[in-house]
Design a protein around this ligand. Structure first.
Ligand code: PMV
Length: 324
């Protein structure tokens, strides 16, 4: 019983930042993302009666630590849902440009959920697959769909109504994203830990939540009208509000480093020169820059010239889950 699936990573324009249920991974707000073609994971899952334990190979290397435990925890979930007690061999290849330093959890868990559920014989529709994927990594539930997708937080305690829905397909609008890679200078606060501390202690967390409905409404209108300035301005503002909550947490923290701020300033300077470019940042120092195809050369060379930038990787909208 073997299946292979490919999933692309996604970048949130309206961020998921906080859980209302830690174990089921249920969020405190809706989020909205764009799936990217530049970064993807291809995973093969093989369930076999002869296997006496699970194995996990990542880029050809057998994993044993934290990564292995997260994958096995997720296989347990698939086995429980399928009602089958059978071990698996999981082989994943991450197609993320070398040294990009990106979290691969979104593409990783989406590919694992798709390949694993298919290999064990479950026939899930996209919504069911998104719900399953969510329990591996929250942001991954949006990677089931290509183009723009929204994760609807849901209201139920059991999480049955918490999954992504498609907003506009991959081919709808050719906006571009530059992933700006920086030399990391400090230890990462993992997203899991960062959002927990923020929810529990941040003086600004209520303000963050209050702003979500207007940001969501605005960004959906921007997508519908293909209004790039509006899309970018809302995404940039939403990102800054999310990061502001970390400064109001206790103990306070920030994901930004000096080079992060230099890239943010450079993006604002590009706008002053008449080039529509907007930034967004996840739980780390790297910056993603939204721009239009006609400005590709100028945006790339400007970002590459910023001190502390080691790479600029360009991406188009990506597709949802595919089976190989
Ligand atoms: O799904 P996680 O645990 O990798 O959390 C992702 C959180 C952010 O990347 C900061 C925002 C988002 O919506 O992707």
């Amino acid at each position: 019983m073997e299946a292979t699936a490919r999933a692309h990573t996604n970048i949130a324009l309206i961020k998921y930042w906080g859980k209302r249920n830690e174990s089921l991974i249920l969020p405190t707000n809706n989020s909205l993302s764009l799936t990217l073609d530049g970064f993807f994971t291809t995973t093969t899952v093989n369930f076999h009666e002869d296997y006496s334990k699970d194995t996990f190979l990542l880029d050809g290397q057998e994993e044993t630590g934290e990564a292995y435990n997260r994958v096995i925890g997720f296989l347990d979930l698939i086995r429980r849902q399928a009602g089958k007690n059978i071990h698996a061999k999981v082989e994943s290849m991450n197609d993320v440009p070398t040294a990009a330093g990106f979290a691969s959890s979104a593409s990783g868990f989406a590919a694992l959920a798709a390949a694993g559920s298919k290999a064990i014989g479950m026939e899930l529709d996209d919504q069911e697959l998104s719900r399953l994927t969510r329990q591996g990594s929250g942001s991954a539930c949006r990677s089931i769909y290509g183009g723009f997708a929204e994760w609807q937080m849901g209201e139920r305690e059991d999480g049955l109504d918490s999954h992504a829905v498609p907003i506009a397909p991959q081919s709808y609008w050719d906006v571009r994203v530059a992933a700006v890679v920086l030399t990391a200078t400090k230890k990462k606060v993992l997203s899991r830990e960062g959002m927990k501390r923020t929810v529990e202690t941040s003086a600004f967390y209520d303000g963050w939540l209050k702003g979500i409905p207007a940001d969501l409404k605005g960004i959906k209108q921007a997508i519908q009208e293909k209004d790039f300035e509006m899309l970018g301005a809302i995404a940039e503002s939403n990102c800054q509000k999310m990061h502001a909550t970390t400064l109001g947490a206790y103990p306070p923290f920030t994901y930004w480093q000096d080079s992060t701020m230099r890239v943010m300033q450079t993006v604002q300077e590009l706008r002053e020169q008449g080039i529509p470019a907007y930034f967004t940042i996840d739980a780390g120092p790297n910056v993603k820059v939204l721009f239009l195809p006609e400005d590709e050369e100028k945006v790339k060379e400007t970002l590459e010239a910023v001190p502390g930038v080691t790479d600029v990787i360009l991406s188009k909208p990506g597709s949802g889950i595919t089976y190989l």
